[in-house]
Structures are given as structure tokens and as C-alpha cells.
Design a protein around this ligand. Sequence first.
Ligand SMILES: Cc1cc2nc3c(=O)[nH]c(=O)nc-3n(C[C@H](O)[C@H](O)[C@H](O)COP(=O)(O)OP(=O)(O)OC[C@H]3O[C@@H](n4cnc5c(N)ncnc54)[C@H](O)[C@@H]3O)c2cc1C
Length: 431
Amino acid sequence: MLLLFWPMTRKNRDTVAVVGAGVVGLCTALELIRAGFKVSLFDREPPAKQTSFGNAGYLAAEYMEPLASPEHIFSALRLSFSDHSAFKVTPDHGLEFLPWAMRFIRQALPENVERNQLAMSRLNRSAIEAWKNMLGFANALDELQNSGFLKLWENPQHLHHAKSAQQAAQQWGFDPQLLSGEALFEQEPALAKNINHALYYPGALHLGDPHRTCLKLFDCFKQNGGNYQQLEIQAITPHRASVTVTAPGQQHTYDKLVVAAGAWSKQLLKQLAIKVPLEAERGYHLTLPNARGTLRHILSSSDRNVVLSPLDCGLRIVGFGEYANLKSKPINKRYLQLRRHLGKLIPNVDTEHPDIQTWMGNRPTLPDSLPVIDLHPGHAHIGLVFGHHHLGVTHAGVSAKMLRALMAEGKKGETWKPFKESPDAYSVARF
Ligand SMILES: Cc1cc2nc3c(=O)[nH]c(=O)nc-3n(C[C@H](O)[C@H](O)[C@H](O)COP(=O)(O)OP(=O)(O)OC[C@H]3O[C@@H](n4cnc5c(N)ncnc54)[C@H](O)[C@@H]3O)c2cc1C
């Protein structure tokens, strides 16, 4: 009898190091603990202090548009010098960015858009269930808030955009309502009266405060025996059946390792002889604690390319997709642009309030708007989970489940069944 259980017990005693304690690393670390591994989580900072700190917290399961599409590229070119353009490249990054841009443009070919959209939709379809499961385990289901989502248009001539977005959403199984006039302002009284129409998704969810949610996941990780070390991992050395990590003045060896280092994963992967076209796509936010309670819904402005979120820590507006070197400083002008957009969308908010907080974070973005969820092709005891671009919060739970299956079972198995139409879409070898 004992012998029968031996392989399972052996596997479950394996030690794993997870590098990166953003939302993706935290969810992954928790899933691995649930699978019975002994997990050590590393981050050079306290948990969730980077990109997972200041996002909009929107679980955007309705979002089915890979960034690389002809519409996005034309709109970026058309608006390239306007405040309304979300797309930016910092001048010192232009040359480095070019090869990535070429790959990105190739992903906008119709057959690639179709394939990427399908793979994205499969993650979206499992995303909410995975979050409910994860937050249930962490006793934090109250982090999920059902506020509904309004996608806004100001220009009456863009009614056909809303109608075609509505049709596209219906094809993916959503049924957003087209609202205008009184019906719209009844839903969201704070809106500027020049907003002409909107698509309304009543079932949409967001996290009450994305940083707080991460801290609850972290508490759960520790309560379940997880070990946290605030260290910068400088080197990863794979061996035949183990991996050594090097931090300043110390080395530790584990049976397995996971790279979940967001936009910084590229450097770590170089040490593992893998090149990935991963860009840091910066986004900015303003959080207005004084305007908490102003909004009822998550809003996205199609004209201004910003998202507004009614978080417990305040009203948050986020925007921009700015490609830059990981070490370069935020551009202050972006905060002014966000203030301007906010004032135009929600006129009663004090956009000069002294308590307004500013923040910039690095989205880890690959050219096809899909993450990597895979094992290292040459070292099957190393897992890879990064590259979640604009949807890292949305896809963190489901990605963690998919990686857990690979790490625990060594194969895709039951967990990957919903992804069988896109078996290689998340592989690291696709580039
Ligand atoms: C403005 C903005 C708004 C957004 N809004 C949303 C939204 O509403 N919904 C949504 O789904 N997504 C949203 N996103 C995207 C989402 O925030 C990211 O995709 C997600 O946070 C990425 O998580 P991550 O864990 O991969 O990376 P991160 O949170 O960046 O975590 C990576 C961690 O790795 C650590 N690390 C890196 N290298 C090392 C090393 N060598 N040693 C030790 N530690 C290391 C870093 O310190 C960091 O803590 C938004 C992003 C931005 C910028």
C-alpha cells in the first residue's frame, strides 16, 4: 500500500523556487503549494510592488482584441502625435524597438489575428472561474466586485463602431447592451454629458484593489507554508535534475524553478539560452482617493484610450502603451494627459487635488498579445509563465493552473483541455 503512494508523495515533496512575486508569480506559487510542492518565492522587492501594484484591476474576460490588429495599428499611426494616442515609443528606445515592431506588424495579418484571438478567448473563458477558485482558497472572495463595464464613445458618428463591437462580442458569447442618452446617464450619473453612447456589460468584474488582493494571496501563501525571500536573483544555473539560483552573497538549489518575473523575464531567460521578444510596455495611472465612490462601473473610453476603475483605494484612471527601456524614468507629461482625459470624462472630479497619486508600471508584452505558459524545452524542471501584457490580472489565475499542470504532471492533461484548439499558442518555442 505504502509503495503505491510513494511516487505521489515523492513528487509532492519537490522543492520549487518561483522568481517574481507579482500577481502571476503569487498565483503560481499558491497553485504549486496546492499541488503539494515546497515553494520558495523570490522578489527583489516586497510582493506586488511592480506592475501588479497599480493596474486597473479589471478582469477583462470580455476583451477579445489582440493588440496586433490592423485597426490598432492604423489608429496608432493616425493618432501618433495626438494626446489621444495610447501608443508611444520613447526616443531612446526606437532602434531597439524596431525588430519587435516588425514581428508585431506580422501578427496583424488576418490569419494571425484569428489564431491569437482564439487563444486569447480560451484564456478569457477560464479566467473568472480560476480567480474564484484561487480567491476561495485564499478566503478572499470579497475581492471580486461586480461593477459592470461601460465602453464609451463621445463621437456620435462612431455609433457604427459600437454596433460592430456589439456584433463581435455576440460572436464570443457576450451580449452587451447599446446605451445612449438618459439610459446611459442613469447607469453612470458622473459621466460628462457629451458622451454619446456606450456598450454595457453588466456582468463584468474587477478586483476591489489589485494590490490588496495580491497581499491576501501572499498571506495565504505564507499560512500554507510558503517561504518568501526578498532577494534579487542574479543567476539561474540548471543542472540535470535541479536548479541553483544565485542572489547577492548566497546560492540555493531546488528541484524545480519557475520564471515569473514579468517584463524582467527576458534577462533571466537569456541565462537559460532562450531569446524572447519581450518588451516593457509602460502604462501610467492616477489614483484619486478623494474621488472614491464617484463611479459605479469600470469605464473605458474608445476615443481617449483610457480605463477608469472604481477601486476601494479611490478612482483610478490608467492609460498609455509606451515602449521604453526598463530603466528609463516615467515621462511626467503623461500624468497631465491623464488629468486632462479624466476632467473631460468625469467633469465633477477635482483633477488638481493634492492627494492624487501617480504611478508607472511595465507590462510584459510579446508581439502576439499572448503569454508564455510552458516548460523550458531543454530543462523540463523549469517552468515559464510571463508576458501577460494588458491582461496579466485577468489571466493570472488560469495561467497558474496551466503551469501547475505542467510542473506537477509533466504534461498538459485535463487542465489544458479547454486549450486544445491552440496547443502551441502559449509555447516559448513559437518565436
Ligand atoms: C497601467 C496599467 C493598467 C493595467 N490594467 C490591467 C487590468 O485592468 N486588467 C488586467 O488584466 N491587467 C492589467 N494590466 C496588466 C497587468 O498589470 C500585468 O500584466 C501584470 O501585473 C503582470 O504581472 P507579473 O506578475 O507578470 O509582473 P510584475 O507584477 O511586474 O511582477 C514581476 C516581479 O518580478 C520581480 N523580479 C523581476 N526580476 C527579478 C529578479 N531578477 N529577482 C527577483 N525578482 C525579480 C519584480 O520585482 C516584480 O515584482 C495593467 C497594466 C498597467 C501598466
